[in-house]
Design a protein around this ligand. Sequence first.
Ligand code: SF4
Length: 332
Amino acid sequence: MSKNAFNHFIISIEEYFNQNKRDLPWRKKTPMAYEVWLSEIILQQTRVAQGTPFYKKIIAAYPTVKALAEAPEDELLALWTGLGYYSRARNLQKGAQQIMAEFKGQLPSTSKDLLSIKGIGPYTAAAISSICFGERKGVVDGNVYRVLSRYFGIHSPINQGSGPKEFQELADELVQEAQHPGNYNQGIMEFGALHCTPKKPQCESCPLASFCHAYQHQSIDELPVKIRKNNRTEQTIHFAVVERGGKWAMCKRDTSSIWGGLYEFPRLESAPKKGILMQDPITHKLSHKDLHCHFWAVDEGAIGEAQEFYGKGEMEGLGMPVIVSNFVKNML
Ligand code: SF4
């Protein structure tokens, strides 16, 4: 790679960010580490347009690390309902409690210390430390893999062998030369999200096109290289919808499972002999598995005794998986 191509990349990315940055509530002149952390956790599996209303709701409820650390878990999970991947919310709160105990309520300023906090991985640590404290540490996420692999023509798989390390080293090398590491890091992510997109990237109007390896060699569709693993699984869940005097039996999942800490209807081991299927089965797609959910109206005898019953209004204050809260909204 020529020095010209290397420098052109950094300058163009920073320029792109200055000209195109989206106005987002956590993107401030002096960014606050707590706000950037919260936004990064919310956006890990969620698009900006979908995540921003959740960010506003959660930051309004818990404006400080202390408030988040002390929040009742059920209340936090209820605010998180609809975002999915609930372990993120639980880890976020554990992280806040750790920051209170070990860092006097202030997020640390280096990616090394940030990495010691529950729920913060290399990408989030680099984002917080570079944006809020100017540390020269490169961020690497799906957007960054795509932009770097295309521009520099890197064919190493992004999910296997030495590929991830190679990309991290290149990202670290590039950020050393940036004017402002935080703007550069946000710029490359923004550029990947909005311009060098997975399908139909805007090459004709791209400031990187003159040095872009993939554009010059017509290999855009080949990059980045990802080794596919097809290990999706399927699971069928039979929910027991049991009513007693205008209230319904609900139970809380234990924290080690999918949807841990959330409320749902009790589960049956198999389809009941006596029961009415209340709607066609619904398939809920998780990242690694398809859940086929059946909702059965059954008598109280079909479930164990130690169940709590909730009215519809009370259920709205509980954290529930989206598929259950939609059922409650539409069918009860
Ligand atoms: S020229 Fe196309 S492939 Fe290359 S960086 Fe620009 S948008 Fe991406």
